[in-house]
Design a binder for this molecule. Structure first.
Ligand code: F6P
Length: 327
């Protein structure tokens, strides 16, 4: 294998996602396996600006594969959005002879990575680390599976208390402007309605389905709402339901950041390991400025500058499934 880089850096950026540590571990161990020096950057792009950069050894990533969060910490860095910020970041990398970088984060982090790779001669490889799964070109993003499992576990618990009190629960899940967590967790928990940004929410339809479920004395009533649903999230849905069906005993539960934490699932550990390994291979093989996705169980290398133009879209099949299986 032709070696074109000698020193690489790895950072995690944007919202943390379970499995980021497994990805960092894979990058470090693969880099060392191929004789590279590997540097960790703390707090994402902010650490590049603050020169919070340190050399990593194999043991630096011992005992982290099972841990949530990110040992490199993460941040959303406004200064990096400015050209002067990126210049400073590049200079700090060059000062240390770092000639390749792996960025683990979501689409916002990839936009920063794209600009850096376009403006300066530093190859960058992206790994999709986000619980939202809102990136086109990959069937998986690191953290999504764990977040869905966390939401499912929580909704199963809500089901117990909903059943005990004959209450309607409106549960809000994360996902930013994508409805994947809502669809996957809603279908997995047998929710009565699943409201997502990808399908216009019709409150008349929701009210009618609640009435229909009441008529047939359905035992448990759960609505899963994506936080990005254009109708306005769980509180807004509850406001309308309480007004139109005041006799229902309605409660709201916003799952929030618990969906970002916890030990990563086996799937997240595996895809993070696989993607991390291939990120280093990309740098070594000269396949630069791409993000490493997995599509139909094959590696898929997507040019960084095409990200963001096409957000991951929920296919018609999922929307149909949602329609048929809810209620
Ligand atoms: O992108 C991951 C995510 O958890 C989204 O689902 C959510 O909208 C957002 O980050 C929350 O961001 P913050 O942690 O900055 O409040």
């Amino acid at each position: 294998m032709e070696k074109k880089v000698n020193r690489i850096a790895v950072l995690t950026s944007g919202g943390d996602a379970p499995g980021m540590n497994a990805a960092v571990r894979a990058v470090v161990r693969t880099g060392i396996y191929y004789g590279l020096e590997v540097y960790g950057v703390m707090r994402g792009y902010q650490g590049l600006l603050d020169e919070d950069i340190f050399k990593m050894e194999s043991r630096s990533v011992a005992n982290i594969i099972q841990r949530g969060g990110t040992i490199l910490k993460t941040a959303r860095c406004l200064e990096f959005h400015k050209p002067e910020g990126r210049k400073k970041a590049y200079e700090n990398l060059k000062k240390r002879g770092i000639d390749g970088m792996v960025v683990i984060g979501g689409d916002g982090s990839f936009r920063g990575a794209t600009l850096l790779s376009q403006e300066f001669d530093i190859p960058v490889i992206g790994l999709a680390g986000t619980i939202d799964k809102d990136i086109a070109g990959t069937d998986f993003t690191i953290g999504f599976d764990t977040a869905v499992n966390t939401a499912v576990e929580a909704i199963d618990k809500i089901r117990d208390t909903a059943d005990a009190h004959d209450r309607l629960f409106i549960v809000e899940v994360m996902g930013r402007d994508a409805g994947y967590i809502a669809i996957y967790s809603g279908i997995s928990t047998g929710a009565g309605n699943i409201l997502v940004p990808e399908r216009k929410t019709d409150m008349d339809e929701v009210i009618a389905s609640l009435q229909e479920r009441e008529n047939r004395k359905k035992l448990v009533n759960i609505i899963v709402v994506a936080e990005g649903d254009e109708f306005g999230g769980a509180n807004e849905v509850a406001r309308v339901v309480k007004k139109r069906l005041p006799h229902l005993d309605t409660r709201v539960c916003i799952l929030g950041h618990i969906q970002r934490g916890g030990s990563p699932s086996a799937l997240d550990r595996l895809i993070a390991s696989r993607m991390g390994y291939h990120a280093v291979e990309c740098l070594l093989e000269g396949r630069h400025n791409v993000f490493v996705g997995i599509l139909n169980n094959r590696l898929n290398y997507v040019p960084l500058d095409t990200i963001g133009k096409s957000k991951g879209k929920i296919g018609g099949e999922w929307l149909k499934l949602m329609k048929v299986l809810t209620g």
